[in-house]
Design a protein around this ligand. Structure first.
Ligand code: FAD
Ligand code: 2HG
Ligand code: ZN
Length: 476
């Protein structure tokens, strides 16, 4: 017997019988990507328009039922799935996936929140433009989720996070009103910039229904290289050289530790992974060029020659074709999947000033090895942005679930104490969700937390949207 029969009936009237799911297998909506928590939804509601979203929000608010906005459900911090109470509505935006307009002269595209990122990239490319946001989950994550988390990915070094790519939003507020902010203006200083409140708010302040995003010209050439480096310091030195040689052409700079690459080889044996056996780290870097392929190649070759001379690279390969470039990127993108195959792991999505990363990692590696002998460190990520996925896997032969249950807090304490000491961030790109909520309270200043609570209370006074995520529900 379902609770809230009147609400369910109202929701069916708003979106149609077929789009209010209460029975059958709802695992895809209720279980997070990392399989950390399996919640229970009152219903999964799938609206087809902004008007329907507004009506759903009003109906839920009237019934006192909270809403969990959801896109592709690829989030890493348990923020897009319902809690276990069976009283929350999952509002899935995936039916709202239309491209509304593409303004070539203004270099903007306006798209609905449920559009899958890869679809958006493809639409833009077909029209002769680049939409540069790129993540390994792009085949299923949505632009609404990307905005909700302010996703980063592999092109941030040149184009910035999702926030930097967004020029306007359409949002349904907690009062069920529609804020239409899809201006596409690059300059607009008419008071508080509301768009920035909703970006990165993880579904706690409003439902993003559409967005106007920036477009870029397609580069003439995109060249990818893989380089073996003798140390993390050498990778940082290579990054400095890459900035100097490639300037704005440097569009990606990713580091991969040896154990991370071993996991790729183990779980995806069909992939060819150069250099990993002999180098502690490898780097994937990309040069995008507006001139020509030969110009891009000569720039990249000059960079690698100097890096080899200086000893910050020991071996390197430059992709000869698009297929080879994709294969090199595929190695990097396979790491999270390989790690998931290896078992549950403790993720640390941290950022630290690039210059301090080698010292941080040396200290953190030593502290963890001493406290948890045999622990396996899966260190990789967006070094160009100072963002590491400094993940910890149980010692070989130990069950991941048990390791997490018994040691997660102690492992986190070691890593986050060092992150604080290095003035870094405990969440560079994945957000807070429910997984890091208590950590946020420990690592953010009371003043910052107070301001965040004031914003939540002002925009969502009845705690309708994603309660208990990012901020504790009792705070409002
Ligand atoms: P969901 O997981 O559905 O939701 C994420 C959050 O946004 C939730 O809090 C949800 O409530 C909120 N939300 C969703 N839609 C809306 C909306 N319309 N309005 C308001 N709030 C909304 N992340 C990175 O930053 N960089 C990476 O490189 C990266 N790589 C990844 C690789 C893999 C293999 C996987 C599985 C994940 C990766 N992620 C990465 C994490 C994840 O893909 C991103 O956080 C992504 O932006 C989430 O999009 P989504 O549509 O799946 O959102
Ligand atoms: C990536 O960069 C993602 O691949 C996932 O942000 C990171 O699984 C992770 O820890
Ligand atoms: Zn990442």
């Amino acid at each position: 017997m379902n609770r809230y029969p009147a609400l369910l009936s109202a929701l069916r009237t708003i979106v149609g019988e077929a789009y209010v799911l209460t029975e059958g297998d709802l695992t895809g909506y209720e279980l997070d990507w990392r399989k950390r928590e399996h919640g229970k939804a009152l219903a999964v509601v799938r609206p087809a328009s902004t008007e329907q979203v507004a009506a759903v929000v009003k109906a839920c608010a009237a019934a006192g039922v909270s809403i969990v906005p959801q896109g592709g459900n690829t989030g890493m911090v348990v923020g897009s799935t319902p809690d276990a109470s069976g009283t929350q509505v999952v509002l899935s935006l995936t039916r709202m996936n239309a491209v509304r307009t593409l303004d070539a002269a203004n270099l903007t595209i306006t798209v609905e929140a449920g559009c899958v990122l890869q679809t958006l990239q493809e639409v833009c490319e077909q029209a002769g433009f680049l939409f540069p946001l790129s993540l390994a989950s792009e085949g299923s994550c949505t632009i609404g989720g990307n905005l909700g988390t302010n996703a980063g990915g592999t092109q941030v070094v040149r184009y910035g996070n999702t926030r930097e790519l967004c020029l306007g939003l359409e949002v349904v507020t907690a009062q069920g009103e529609v804020w239409s902010g899809l201006t596409g203006l690059r300059k607009d200083n008419t008071g508080y910039d509301l768009r920035h409140l909703f970006i990165g708010s993880e579904g706690t302040l409003g439902v993003i229904t559409a967005a106007t995003m920036k477009l870029y010209p397609l580069p003439q050439s995109q060249l990818t290289a893989l380089a073996a480096v003798p140390s993390l310091q050498a990778a940082v030195d290579l990054l400095g050289l890459a900035h100097r040689h490639l300037s704005a052409g440097l569009t990606g700079f990713e580091v991969m530790g040896q154990f991370a690459l071993r996991l790729v080889v183990k779980h995806f044996p069909q992939q060819r992974v150069p250099f990993y056996e002999s180098a502690p780290y490898c780097v994937v870097l990309e040069n995008s060029d507006t001139e020509s392929d030969s110009h891009a190649r000569s720039q990249l070759e000059r960079l690698l020659e100097e890096a080899l001379e200086k000893g910050c690279v020991t071996d390197a390969v430059v992709a000869e074709s698009m297929a080879q470039a994709r294969a090199l990127w595929h190695i990097r993108e396979s790491i999270p999947l390989a790690q998931a195959q290896e078992g549950l792991n403790i993720k640390h999505d941290i950022s630290i000033a690039v210059s301090r990363i080698p010292d941080f990692v040396a200290q953190a590696d030593a502290a963890l090895e001493q406290a948890f002998p045999g622990v396996r460190l899966v260190n990789y990520g967006h070094l160009g942005d100072g963002n590491l996925h400094y993940n910890v896997q149980a010692p070989a032969g130990q069950d991941g679930e048990t390791f997490l249950r018994e040691q997660e807090n102690a492992v986190n304490a070691v890593v986050y104490a060092l992150v604080d000491a290095y003035k870094g961030s405990i969440s560079a790109e994945h957000g807070i969700g429910s997984l890091k909520r208590e950590k946020l309270e420990k690592h953010k200043s009371p003043v910052a937390l107070g301001l965040m609570r004031s914003i939540k209370t002002a925009l969502d006074p009845h705690n309708l949207f994603n309660p208990g995520r990012m901020l504790a529900a009792r705070d409002h």
